[in-house]
Write a protein that binds this ligand. Structure first.
Ligand code: SF4
Ligand code: SF4
Length: 438
């Protein structure tokens, strides 16, 4: 058995994993909300089915069957089942505990992944090399040699295949060259997605929030640990959570009232994970308190925009919104991004059907379960096309990668943008207008 959390923070309080799974009454309300159940019609691919499987393992039942592993590995961890469940059973966390108990990832992959992620300098160098391959047109060679996979970085190997652009400079390097405010109104914590793959997203966040809220300040921190958490190494995930908290504490101490400032994150998956740091630190009262303080300051950028007076954006054509699972189900954010889009796009904002359905991205899911992922992606793109959208707003790195791939293949009339890019465009237009009239 691999390392597990053992105790979970649920909406009904702190519970053992077994008690959390036992709260499932098997009512089945979650089934139609579960994308993998809807796609396959199989009980073992539903929230209810997966909860029962993990519960049986915890009761000492058989744990070696390929079917059990497949049932747990096909869970998208989207959390739609929990949103639909009256008892708020935390199925995604229970599935992750099940995967850890079974040792879903080979131990060496888990160790190597943690080794690289815990050393940001090594991760930076590995990615710079991979992007150099890409720029030199040797991307296929890099993927054939399994360069990133060899480092245990399959999730980045997936991104490398699907992201056309290879940034020449990482976001944090760019931000370090910009003046840093001594009296910031907010802190910014760069997730791996904006840092390594989409620096344009982080720059848009800085542009938009600097104008709307005042100057921001970078908290240079390592990976938030979500990758280690999802791929089995709880110890490394906990270690990373503590390093992130320490960096924030040090930065906050340098600024008057710094402990009260929001810590803005522009990848919804990472924001949701950082808000759950207390769960990773339940066993240590001191760290738990520090994790609670930190988690209380973390804000998904979409929440922050909703509090700002927003100018209109002149994006031509219809804008629709894809709900990233960890925004809606992981953080319960539903209205904020919609109010932002209504403010910037007015009547050009149109809801797509099933906006909360998972796009099938989910980290390396698109790689490990291509057929299922593609079925979910095609359904999502069909819904985007049904409202004839030109722009799709999203808020998580995984969705940006997956939707860019889906739109390119099935509906090239539309493009996906991070919500920050749309707000930054509106802010730039307002500044230009002001410049022209002054
Ligand atoms: S997870 Fe919740 S909604 Fe789903 S079957 Fe169990 S109790 Fe019912
Ligand atoms: S987390 Fe998502 S994929 Fe997994 S059981 Fe729940 S609804 Fe289904």
């Amino acid at each position: 058995m691999g390392s597990v959390l053992g105790r979970l923070v649920t909406d009904l309080g702190e519970r053992s994993t077994y008690d959390a799974a036992s709260q499932c009454s098997r009512c089945g309300y979650c089934e139609q909300a579960c994308p993998t159940y809807v796609a396959t019609g199989r009980e073992s691919r539903s929230g209810r089915g997966r909860n029962q499987l993990v519960r049986r393992v915890l009761e000492g039942g058989p744990s070696g069957s390929p079917e059990l592993r497949e049932a747990l590995s096909t869970c998208l961890l989207c959390g739609a089942c929990t949103s639909a469940c009256y008892a708020r059973v935390p199925t995604a966390d229970i599935v992750l505990e099940g995967r850890r108990m079974l040792g879903a990832a080979p131990r060496w992959v888990e160790r190597l992944l943690s080794f690289v992620i815990l050393r940001p300098g090594l991760l930076d160098r590995a990615l710079k090399l991979a992007f150099l391959f890409k720029k030199a047109g040797l991307s296929r060679l890099a993927s054939k040699t399994g360069f990133l996979s060899l480092l245990g970085l399959e999730w980045l190997a997936v991104a490398d295949v699907h992201v056309d652009e290879a940034p020449s400079e990482f976001l944090v390097d760019k931000l370090r060259t910009m003046p840093s405010s001594e009296r910031p109104a907010w802190f910014y914590l760069a997730s791996c997605g904006p840092n390594y793959l989409f620096p344009r997203v982080g720059l848009a966040t800085f542009k938009a929030l600097s104008s709307l809220r005042g100057p921001g300040r970078l908290v240079a921190s390592p990976c938030c640990g979500l990758v280690c958490y999802n791929y089995g190494d709880v110890g490394a995930a906990r270690e990373l959570s503590r390093r992130v908290i320490e960096r924030w504490e040090a930065e906050a101490a340098r600024v008057e009232g710094g402990g009260e400032l929001p810590v803005v994150v522009d990848c919804s998956s990472c924001a949701a994970h950082m808000k759950s740091y207390p769960q990773l630190n339940l066993d240590d009262a001191g760290w738990r308190r520090r994790a609670e303080l930190f988690a209380g300051r973390v804000r998904d950028v979409v929440e922050v925009y909703a509090e700002c007076p927003l100018p209109p954006a002149g994006l031509p054509g219809t804008v629709t919104y894809h709900e990233s699972c960890r925004c809606r189900h992981g953080q319960g954010i539903v209205d904020a991004p919609r109010s932002v889009l209504r403010a910037v796009a007015a009547e050009r904002f149109v809801e797509m059907p099933d906006s909360d359905a998972c796009c099938g991205g989910a980290g390396a899911f698109a790689f490990s379960h291509q057929e299922l992922s593609d079925a979910l992606l095609r359904r999502k793109v069909g819904n985007i096309a049904s409202v004839q959208a030109r722009w799709v707003a999203a808020s998580a790195t995984s969705c940006l990668i997956q939707l860019a791939r889906g739109l390119k293949n099935y509906y090239p009339d539309a493009k996906v943008l991070h919500l920050s890019e749309i707000v930054a465009a509106a802010v730039s237009e307002r500044e230009e207008e002001k410049g022209n009239t002054s």
